[in-house]
Design a binder for this molecule. Sequence first.
Ligand code: ATP
Length: 902
Amino acid sequence: MEKSWHSLPASDCLNLLSTSEDGLTIEQVEERREKVGLNQLVEGQQVSLLTIFLNQFRDFMIIVLLAATLISGLLGEYMDAITIVAIIILNGILGFIQEVKAERSLAALKELTAPMARVRRAGKIETIPAKDLVPGDIVLLEGGDKVPADGRIIKSPGLDVEESSLTGESVPVMKHANKHVDEASPIGDRINMVYMGTLVTRGKAEFVVTETGMSTEMGKIAGLMQASEESLTPLQRRLDQLGKLLVWVSLAITALVVVTGVLHGNGLYNMFLAGVSLAVAAIPEGLPAIVTIALALGVQRMIKRNAIVRKLPSVETLGCATVICSDKTGTLTQNRMTVQRVWVENEWYNVTGTGYDPTGEFIYEERAVRAFRREGLKRLVEIGATCNNAIMKSVQTEQGEEWTCDGDPTEGALLVMAKKAGFDDPESVYHRVDEIPFDSDRKLMSVLVEEGEDVYLFVKGAPDVLLERATKLYIGGREEALSNTTKKQIVAANQQMAGQALRNIAFGYRKFRSIESAKAEQDPEQNVVFVGLCGMIDPPRQEVYDAIQKCRTAGIRTVMITGDHQTTATAIARQLEIIPEDGLVLTGRQLDQMSDEELSANVEDTYVYARVSPEHKLRIVKALQGRGEIVGMTGDGVNDAPAIKQADIGIAMGQSGTDVAKEASALVLGDDNFATIVAAVEEGRGIYDNIKKFIRYLLSSNVGEIVTMFVAMLVGLPLPLLPIQILWVNLVTDGLPAIALGVDPAEKDIMQRPPRDVNEGIFAKGFSVKILSRGILIGVVTLLVFLWALHTQPQNLPRAHTLAYATLTMAQFILVFDCRSVDGGILRRNIFGNMWLVLAVAASLGLFLLTIYVPGIATVFKTVPLHGMEWVIVLIAAAIPTFALSIRRVGLSAMKTKVATR
Ligand code: ATP
């Protein structure tokens, strides 16, 4: 029977679940997983492989074709009927393989973005995939997490959870571990419980898992839920519409061909079969599957480059991005901080050493000094190390000892500085009682500590913020009133370090009479005694410089958005060449004073936004979008989510990002690196290009076939291609080269073109002319060869069919190489640049040759073997559509350059 966990005290829940605050043992976990299975929601409808296979034959035209085949079977044309059925099955198998492959890659992608959970098991905290949770597990939550299972809260110093996915209520609910809740309360009122899929907006808590997987509240409604996320890309939707249109157009043309053919004296049965085959040929039924494959394979290439796409439509939008707004710390820079300078008691110290290696010294006036002999420096170092949650770890590698930081790198750097000063173990001196965590809005962090009888609030944070809250200065072991002159000195010292691109932190403290009096204060971070400043270097990531250059040539503007100081941000923006000479820098404070119109007037010239809060990001995105920009925006925290959602491409940090930010994003950066965004843009452009390439190929080929058949009918010629020949070309030999175009390597200039206009349809910029011109020419040359064949051997119809069939096929094989270049054509690219395509064409060529050279098969296809001279004619004719137009284009561009250089 289901328990009402919310009406029981936390301790009873722990007992009932046979667990404790230390969590389950490994044996218990395994035993329970055997019993309850994985903590996963079973997807609404699992499509079986058989259904996918059968779906291949549900296409309207395929059904008509099967009906036609049945009729031809009944009329005694057994060979035709069997061959057509075989071709349809072969086509079905190809389609099935494509679809399953696409499904698999999308499923693998889902797996990659699967949530993780922090649990305490056998007394140790570990991070595990959320699907491995079992009832009785103790889970730790903090701001930004997505709740991974249902559970009863056992500890919560303060927790706000947004439960709209479950209750529809978007205002966060405050949760309490110890509140009693009536058994009959609805979910929204059960404030001592948390539920799977809801989001922690603030605070921390521990809860014991009560239900997992389909037994959770989310599981109960999972069957009812529709996948709300749009999974078709705009292009896919447009192609869907195009497909529907093409069905009608081809039906009309087919009807015309059939009627004209009959009027010209062709048999009704023959014309019917030819008409249906032509209709099948004209409709690019393979297109949607190939688009999905190209998207799925492209997305996999992105994963290899550390960019994980969460929303498929964004793959297309990536190619349209015109502005990328990026956080500074960790994305443009390495987030490997090292304190280099300290300013305290009006004096400067340099700190030697690199990275997190704790070997280094404090240098004062070119001499090493003992930091703890100097009162102010000692206090500063102590605050830095105590007001701190990072842990430094060392591992022995082949290169020697290597140090890493678990936690905020800014705090790691302060621990390293403390070690250099010889202060290793802050806990042994200062006992921590409470903490006010750092957040990007306040830009401060404090801890309340005891040292014997003394109670201190140690505060560290952004210098300007801390200075506003300071009333005294710590100097010579005493507290003095903070004069305006001293304030100016502090501001000047801060400026000096920021000008050297250092990230600055200020330190202060406040003394209290007792813990109680400190806790009684609403805002204890007031009347602070200012101690000093430190500046840490956070070097730019090496690859970022090139990535920014690449963006520039690709017509994409990079904008830095940071919580850091204006001067530091500008100095780094200059190093990275983000900001031009006349570029603007705006601060959060200036933004607050600007109206939306003023912001809009400045937004195109602003390259750095400094000291901004996450809330400002939303305004910036909207202002840019108002100017018609397509905006990529990065973020990691809970408060970044609205801006990430609003952006055209919301980008979340994979390593430092919260679940909330990831949930809102379209793209997750596996390595938090700006260069990865640029790689994703490049891949996005490449994928779109590739889709265009095979659309062009398939549609041109179809136009070629229609023209051949249609014109022949109009002028009263016999059918140039037999139905099974058309089917073979379309359903079998076309497919492989089209897929190979889907994985074509990008053209060299892909990042030298301006971004694509987001409103530009795929057939814009002469694309349809290109499709039609090549298609019509293919039709014309096929007809000409057919006519020549009829002229040279009027009685030999199989030879004429074979020659037309060969010309059409060869023309398509040559055209496919032309399609590799979006603007250039066949002469622009190395034929062997895409070995998959070469192999695909070779395989398709093999399939084609089977039908004219293997005796039994040739009989079925009603073909004859071709000989020397015939091949020469076929190949010359087949080359004309592609080469004639490519040469014309090369000529035109040569003429243009001539005119331009005149
Ligand atoms: P970005 O937004 O580019 O990631 P950022 O990391 O510098 O930039 P925040 O983390 O919001 O932005 O930091 C803003 C300021 O707050 C920093 O310049 C620093 O002075 C201060 N600060 C950063 N981390 C801490 C911390 N752990 N404790 C106290 N103050 C901090």
